[in-house]
Every structure is written in structure tokens, then in C-alpha cells.
Design a protein around this ligand. Sequence first.
Ligand code: F6P
Length: 344
Amino acid sequence: MRIGVLTGGGDCPGLNAVIRAIVRSGVNRHGHSIVGFRYGWAGVLSDNAIELTPQNTAGILPRGGTILGSSRTNPYKGDANGTEAVRATLEREGIDIVIPIGGEDTLGVAGRLSGDGVPIVGVPKTIDNDLAGTDYTFGFDTAVQICTDAIDRVHTTAESHNRVLVVEVMGRHAGHIAVHSGMAGGADVILIPERPFDIDQVCESLRRRHSSGRTFSIVVVSEGAVPRDGTGLTTVSGEKDAFGHERLGGIAVTLEKEIEERTGYETRMTILGHVQRGGTPTAYDRVLATRFGVEAVAAATEGDFGNMVALRGRDIIRVPLAEALTEPKLVDPRLFDTAEVFFG
Ligand code: F6P
């Protein structure tokens, strides 16, 4: 069997661990050959491919990013006949099955191709952990650890200067990173997309905390957090990617200004941005990524197409690709309730 692999969308710690697992199990255990497409679906459209071997993928397990490169290319953009273009390359390269490693957009393309009869097994990826169909995605644990380390650091400087520190983390549709890192880092307020916030209530909660003798506060906010209508705050930059998603980021700038003006507490903000996606994956993410890669090859070998590998409880399972493409998986309200115990 000849398997094509690609990594699409935002990069994520653990991608190289998946690639390594696909190559090692594909070649050594099953005798397949593996072709890597460069820069996501862009590499399939332009037939930019390299042969992947256990030799040229050695040593990549702890490396962040992706040795294949990534992009947010949409083969169906506009009126493009993505399926025909992808099929042409697969035929030219003699590929029997494609394993795309990606989030909602990359797997959305995969779902469409699969519907058109292209043999696909998907591997879910996103630091946001908001993909339905899997309990966890690799990269999330690493991002949460990076954010927690950052919150620990701003804690000591906030305390020294009697300031409010606003830390903006990633999370487009869901606040998983904010809730987990905020809980781990002892945040006093956590704002997430699932719970539109009222700036007056945020300030009131900070005032309560400070009037009880505390001299500093930490606010953790998801980039996708939105104010309740009427407050006049906004997070939208106006830019859109090839899949039509708005580029987020900057809510912390607004919060810094609003909190300082309304409370009189000196306030500073930090946007963690792509720091959260960089560097070496945690042990948890390396293991999850490895399990996903091995299972994807097993599914491919069995001819079990149209699926995505997933984590359910402690087990690696296969779910229909379509399941991954339903509504994003949001923060469990019970977890947020627990986080709220420590607010203010
Ligand atoms: O989807 C993962 C993610 O990191 C989001 O949290 C974030 O909104 C987006 O990617 C950023 O994308 P880019 O790297 O294109 O700026």
C-alpha cells in the first residue's frame, strides 16, 4: 500500500510524532510506502511530495511544528473542483489512501473527498481541543502547560506591582485552553467564548477581590471570548483565511483599557499567541500522537476508510469523519462551575 500523509491548518506540538508513528508502523510493521505532501492540501494540489522513510523521519519525535510544513489551503475554494485536482495527484503518485492530520478545516476537506469516494483516514489535531468526536487532541496538553507556566510568571510580577494582569490565550470557538490553564494557574477571572461576558461584572468581581485585601488579580481570556451585546467591545480584526474564518486576537488590549479605566487598578495585558503552539510536545501529547498515528495506519491497512481516529476515555477508537465535523466541542459547564469557585 502507498499512503499519502499531510499536515494542514495551524501547526501543533505532536504533528511530527504522528508522522513518525505513521512511517514506522507503516513501513516496518506493514511494509507500506509513505509519501509526505508539503504544506497541507497545497502540496497535494501542486504535487509537492517527498518519500518518507524511517531514516529521514528519525529524531523528530520531540520536535515541535511539522517537518512537512502546513497551510490553510482549501482545494474547494471558490468554484474549484477539489476532488478532481486531488485525485489527479493521487493517481500520478500511485497513492492508495490519504491520511490528513488536521483540524476542522483540513478534516472538512477530507470529509468531502471521502464522500466523493477518495480513501481517507483522518487524524484530529488542534491545540484548541474543540474537535467533536475525540475527547482530546494532541497539542492541547502542551499549550495548556505553556499557558500555565506563563500565568505563573505573570503572577509574580502582578503581585510585585499590585496590578491586574490580563493573559490572552488561544481558543477560537471554545475556551478549553483558558479554563484548564486558568484553573492550573489560579486565575481570578476566566473569560471564554461559551460565556459572553459583561465587563461591568468582570470589574465588580475584581473590586470585590481587592476590597477583601488582595492587591493584584489575574484575568485569563480566550481570544474568541465575546462581550455581551451592548458593551461596545470587539475582537474582530477583519481578516479572513481561506476557509472564511476571522483572524482573532486582541481582546486583551480592550480588556486592559476597560478594566483600568473602570476600576482604577493599574492593568497590563499579555497575548501569548503562537508561543502556545511552538516547541516540544509534552510526554502526554507525544504518546497520544503516536497512538493516533499507529491506529490510522491500522485502519488504512484494513481498508477501513472514511473514519477519523479518536480518543474516547482511555481507548483509541475510529469514528466517522462526519462526526468530527459537527459542532465544535465546547467546555463542559460543570468544569467551568468548578473554575468559578475560585473567581473574585
Ligand atoms: O486553530 C488553532 C489556532 O491556534 C486557533 O486557536 C487560532 O485562532 C488560530 O489557530 C490562529 O491561526 P494562525 O496561525 O493562522 O494565526
